[in-house]
Ligand binder design. Structure first.
Ligand SMILES: NC(=O)c1ccc[n+]([C@@H]2O[C@H](COP(=O)([O-])OP(=O)(O)OC[C@H]3O[C@@H](n4cnc5c(N)ncnc54)[C@H](O)[C@@H]3O)[C@@H](O)[C@H]2O)c1
Length: 238
């Protein structure tokens, strides 16, 4: 069965890889991203036969307006995210803390809240949230990002409990490190240190994360909810 799907942060990185997979399986795909990603988003949406919608996931009115525009939404993938790495916990500026919580955690909840109503009405839905390995592993300089992603894992499980009786599954995917614009500017020493901890000795290709999102958002994943799936190339085996 084909679905109507919306991918936040869909103009690049993991979100773009997810959008490509969902389009390939026959979904009608909406890419939602910031106004300054319009050019990339519209190009990709054009290639996929889908649409591009401007959204700022940290703004309730923007989220409500964008999601209202996608009638009959079946699948929501929350990929929009920001990280401001390298700030020790006692040196994080308040605005950096607030920005990461607002986009990664509050933004995920706002999109989920806006999408759940029509899924409830139809008794079917798939919601997939991007968490992170940093939610469960303490790494220097990641306090605000880690807190936001730990929040995403808690939100995912609680939302799954609320929505399971309505035929809606809510799951998370927790990548280790992925080759996207988010990690492209890692200093060489930091990249080398992270690579040394990954069993497979490389960062993931975004499509390797998208493959798991595709499954979790499929009909086949009907009996899977409230789970956080680690996709790390063996981050914890070294
Ligand atoms: N890349 C990694 O190594 C990695 C690891 C673990 C988790 N993640 C998570 O996966 C998700 C996707 O990451 P990515 O690597 O593709 O990142 P990316 O930086 O390549 O893409 C993130 C996208 O989110 C969009 N975005 C940012 N703020 C937004 C907002 N307020 N409203 C709407 N869109 C917004 C950006 O414009 C961008 O297109 C994020 O939630 C990230 O935290 C990434």
């Amino acid at each position: 069965m084909s679905h109507t799907s919306l991918v936040t942060g869909g103009a690049q990185g993991i979100g773009a890889a997810v959008a490509r997979r969902l389009a390939r399986r026959g979904d009608e795909v909406w890419l939602a991203d910031l106004e300054d990603k319009r050019a990339e988003g519209e190009d990709l949406a054009g290639d996929l036969g889908g649409g591009f919608i401007v959204i700022d996931v940290s703004e309730p009115s923007s989220v409500d307006q964008a999601i209202k525009g996608c009638e009959g939404l079946d699948v929501l993938v929350n990929c929009a995210g920001v990280t401001i790495p390298g700030e020790p916990v006692d040196e994080v500026p308040t605005e950096h803390w607030n920005a990461q919580i607002a986009v990664n955690l509050t933004g995920t909840w706002l999109c989920l809240r806006a999408a759940a109503g029509s899924m409830r009405a139809r008794g079917w839905g798939r919601i997939v949230n991007l968490a992170s390995g940093l939610a469960t592993r303490g790494m220097p300089g990641s306090a605000a990002y880690a807190a936001s992603k730990a929040g995403v894992t808690g939100l995912t499980r609680a939302a799954a409990a609320d929505l399971a009786p309505h035929g809606i599954t809510v799951n998370g995917v927790s990548p280790g490190y992925v080759d996207t614009p988010m990690t492209r500017d890692f200093p060489d020493a930091l990249r080398a240190a992270r690579l040394a901890e990954i069993g497979m000795g490389r960062f993931a290709d975004p499509d390797e994360i998208a493959a798991v999102v595709e499954f979790l958002s499929s009909d086949d994943a009907a009996y899977l909810t409230g789970e956080i799936v680690d996709v790390t190339g063996g981050y914890r085996i070294c």
